[in-house]
Design a protein around this ligand. Structure first.
Ligand code: HEM
Length: 430
């Protein structure tokens, strides 16, 4: 079975490929062109995510292609110590403890520590959109990617003025690791990643020099470290910031884009959200299941392992197809239907599972909930531009819309017609 995640059908309709792999008796395949083992079943993906002794993280943030010598010479200068998605034991349990202590990750803590930031930033963007009555806007740059970036900058205590370059660096990192850049582009993106890392080192250095009294994440991590390298080193604090600045916005941006795409696909859905914020958590959970912002995630085997009837050798890079696992008919009835009323939507694996489970899941859920609720309340007549084609950035991990065009109408539709076509069965693209 061939999978080309960078062009053609997979970019337009990944679910058809997921279905083919799921329908196969094994559900596990070696994709020779990619040099990756594809793992699709819900049970196998969960097992791989949770079994850190067999499925290691050492190469999770390493490019999925052979890196050019020019790019490699730059990579060698990026001496980021692994702390999160690239860390394995014995480092990861220690850095994970630091992250849990310093980054809010339970619903109560997230609300208490980040709720006000999210509401302020949502209101800022929503009121800007609401002044543009009658305009066609692109919801990706104007809302979906902007909001999570502003929120994560506030949490880390990074000035708004740096937003442009952080966005460029983070987008570049995602293309560099999980995309397919040509050698010249690899060298350019590797150089930009080096600048990003040096920027994070400098951010932390400034906090160290100023005595880190603030409430921002970096100050908290430095306070938690308490000058003890056995707890956390200063470069590890910079590494956490480096990871959070990317993980904290590219992912939630994808969730917002997919949620808006689904919510606006029928006037009834949008009206339901405007009328009753209580429906939003289930709507967000179903979006995460149906159209995950990260639909593939990497691990490398540290020893031979057998999944079902298939044996994967040691040292094999594996792409865990989160998108496929979320459509596994062994777990979800009518998996290709978007159904915000399904009872088991939250069984998705879109935030991972086990020791690396997404630390930002609570933040992402709260942010998406507040964003959808306030946008629908302020612009109840918001509607997608009809007949627009969806296209996604070529990537094995992140499924990010290029654009999502909509027209601003702050008036509530007088009479909401019946939902056209009922539940959407796929995020169509062309
Ligand atoms: C919809 C939004 C998000 C999605 C879909 C998502 C998805 C994921 C996934 C699939 C993983 C890997 C889990 C595993 O290996 O088991 C992960 C890990 C992680 N996520 Fe998220 N994430 C989201 C939002 C966020 C946010 C808002 C932050 C922080 C501000 C964040 C920070 C992290 C970090 C630091 C890790 C690594 C944790 C570790 O290795 O211990 N994520 N996320």
């Amino acid at each position: 079975m061939r999978l080309n995640p960078f062009a053609g059908a997979y970019l337009i309709d990944p679910a058809s490929m997921w279905r083919r792999i799921l329908d196969d008796p094994d559900g596990v395949h070696y994709a020779e062109d990619l040099g990756l083992w594809l793992i699709s079943r819900h049970a196998h993906v969960r097992r791989a995510l949770a079994d850190a002794a067999t499925f290691a993280n050492a190469l999770t943030l390493a490019p999925v292609y052979e890196v050019s010598p020019e790019a490699m010479s730059v990579f060698m200068q990026i001496d980021v110590p692994p702390t999160t998605a690239a860390a394995d034991p014995p480092v990861h349990p220690r850095t994970r403890r630091a992250l849990r202590a310093t980054f809010a990750n339970t619903p109560d803590r997230v609300e208490a520590e980040y709720g006000a930031i999210i509401r302020r930033r949502v209101d800022q963007l929503v009121s800007r959109l609401a002044t543009r009555q009658g305009d066609q806007v692109d919801l990706i740059p104007e809302f979906a990617t902007e909001l999570p970036l502003l929120v994560v900058l506030d949490i880390l205590g990074v000035p708004d003025a740096d937003i442009g370059r952080i966005r460029r660096w983070a987008d570049g990192q995602i293309a560099l690791i999980w995309g397919q850049p040509d050698p010249a582009e690899q060298a350019r993106l590797a150089q930009s990643l080096l600048e990003f890392w040096q920027y994070c080192e400098e951010l932390v250095r400034q906090r160290v020099d100023s005595g880190h009294q603030g409430e921002d994440f970096i100050s908290r991590a430095l306070a938690y470290r308490d000058d003890d390298d056995a707890v956390l080193t200063v470069p590890e604090v910079a590494s956490l910031a480096f990871n959070l600045l990317v993980a904290g916005h590219e992912t939630t941006a994808g969730l917002l884009a997919h949620a808006l795409d689904q919510a606006l696909s029928s006037p009834q859905r949008w009206s339901a959200i405007a009328a009753d914020p209580g429906v939003v958590p289930a709507f967000v959970a179903e979006t995460l299941r149906f159209a995950p912002a990260i639909d593939g995630w990497l691990r490398v085997t540290s020893r031979e392992v057998t999944l079902g009837e298939v044996t994967i050798p040691a040292g094999a890079r594996c792409l865990l197809l989160i998108g496929a696992a979320n459509r596994d008919p062994a777990v979800f009835a009518h998996p290709d239907q978007f159904d915000p009323h399904r009872a088991d939507g939250a069984n998705h694996v879109s935030f991972g599972h086990g020791p690396h489970f997404c630390i930002g899941a609570g933040l992402a859920r709260l942010e998406a909930g507040i964003a959808l609720t306030r946008l629908a309340a302020a612009i109840p007549g918001l509607r997608l531009t009809p007949e627009q084609h969806r296209s996604y950035k070529p990537n094995v991990a992140f499924r990010a819309h290029h654009t999502l065009l909509a027209t601003i109408d702050i008036m509530a539709p007088a009479d909401v017609p019946a939902a056209r076509g009922g539940a959407t069965t796929e995020v169509h693209a062309a």
